[in-house]
Ligand binder design. Sequence first.
Ligand code: IMP
Ligand code: MG
Length: 172
Amino acid sequence: MEINTFITKEEISNRVRELARTISDDYAGKDLLVVGVLKGSFVFMSDIIRELTIPARLDFVKLASYGSKRESSGKVRIDLDLSFEIKGKDLLIVEDIVDTGLTLSELKKILLSRQPASLKICTLLDKPSRREVAIKLDYRGFEIPDKFVVGYGLDWDEQFRYLPYVGVLEEE
Ligand code: IMP
Ligand code: MG
């Protein structure tokens, strides 16, 4: 197995800064609650929140894991729920990657039933060619082709999350 750098550390940090600036403008004066989807989003989320210029609260949700497979089952189970009551809050869900869109659209349904004031999505990566259900992405770092990527929080079978860049996993 070989990993080829696809998005460098520098490219990521520049894009993260831009996204954080837009988010800070959009949420000025609001009651922002940033919700990270564990585990994949934790690196992206920790970088983005430190570039915000507005106050924000943080929370996490953990869904049933992707495991070692590369296909989304489309079924979402909450493994670890939020620790905040989200009714009336302005929610920003932070994801690592949107592939088929099934995970996020299910999560969105669950969270919307709790009546937040608003709910937006911020994803580092987007693979639109793989989409099975339409989902609006309010903030998006990079659009990527249909390749399996790892690093910067993203894993393959729990490996490679620690890499500071996004790389393509090539199988020999
Ligand atoms: P979706 O439900 O198909 O949109 O799947 C989204 C989830 O699948 C992401 O949160 C990731 O955990 C995982 N995933 C999808 N594509 C990749 C990839 O290229 N690398 C690592 N994880 C991926
Ligand atoms: Mg994920």
